[in-house]
Write a protein that binds this ligand. Structure first.
Ligand code: 5RP
Length: 237
């Protein structure tokens, strides 16, 4: 249906379409991820909805909400769920073979984790460029509340030093010269750790710090990876 896609977009579309075929059954309640890969998933879902598929979705960002609504996908509020979603489908910035991920390149990490944790299952969809041996080359996003954010940054730096990550620069994310503000009104700090060796420990300890709302290291959350190639083939990991 989509012509002239770049090789990477063709792979993202293949991953999204495979997720629709596996999980978008009539009556399904789905978490809808954010970012470009999830955008292809939502478009593939919209194609099936236009053919009569009956599903409801919970979006993980305002941008996914807008895309889903433009495709006539029915949405519900996370607060209106009386039981977990069936599955959340979302893309990573990096993913390893355990299914652990760095997320938040699009600043949607907080809602992404909330929706994933409100689901029975989380499936990671990715083009094969996202698979890495070790997480950490992609800067880890950390969402912090604006109040006292520089003090929070010092706490993060101290924690990282304690965990053996020396001299890592923690940078406040900007776009067009302005601080990025998340859908929940917070700031994003990015820190490139190069090689994360203690994933669960780092994930847990970051979220213990006052001022940290969420971090983009998603450990033990995805139970399946749909990894696609530009030729449209995919494998389930
Ligand atoms: C947004 C995210 C995205 O899912 C992640 O950045 C991947 O994006 P893309 O599919 O565009 O590479 O976590 O916060």
């Amino acid at each position: 249906m989509y012509e002239d896609l770049s090789p990477q977009d063709a792979a993202k579309y293949a991953a999204g379409k495979a997720a629709v075929e596996r999980y978008a059954k009539d009556g399904a309640r789905l978490g809808l991820g954010s970012g470009t890969t999830s955008g292809w998933f939502v478009r593939a879902l919209g194609e099936r909805v236009a053919e009569g598929l009956d599903i409801v979705g919970v979006p993980t960002s305002n941008s996914t909400r807008d895309l889903a609504l433009s495709l006539n996908i029915k949405l519900i509020d996370l607060n209106d769920l009386s039981e977990p979603l069936d599955v959340t489908i979302d893309g990573p910035d990096e993913v390893d073979k355990d299914g652990d991920m760095i997320k938040g390149g699009g600043a949607c990490l907080l809602w992404e984790r909330l929706v994933a944790e409100a689901s029975r299952k989380m499936v990671c969809i990715a083009d094969n460029s996202k698979l890495v041996d070790h997480l950490g080359n992609f800067p880890l996003p950390i969402e912090v509340i604006p109040y006292g954010w520089k003090a929070t940054r010092r706490s993060i730096a101290a924690l990282l030093k304690d965990l053996g990550y020396e001299d890592k620069e923690i940078i406040q994310r900007h776009k067009n010269g302005e601080p990025v503000i998340t859908d929940s009104g917070n700031f994003i700090l990015d820190v490139k750790l190069d090689k994360i060796t203690d994933k669960a420990l780092l994930d847990t300890n970051l979220n213990w710090l006052a001022g940290v709302v969420e971090n983009g290291l998603f450990t033990g959350i995805a139970s399946e990876i749909i990894m696609a190639s530009p030729d449209g083939s995919f494998e389930i990991i």
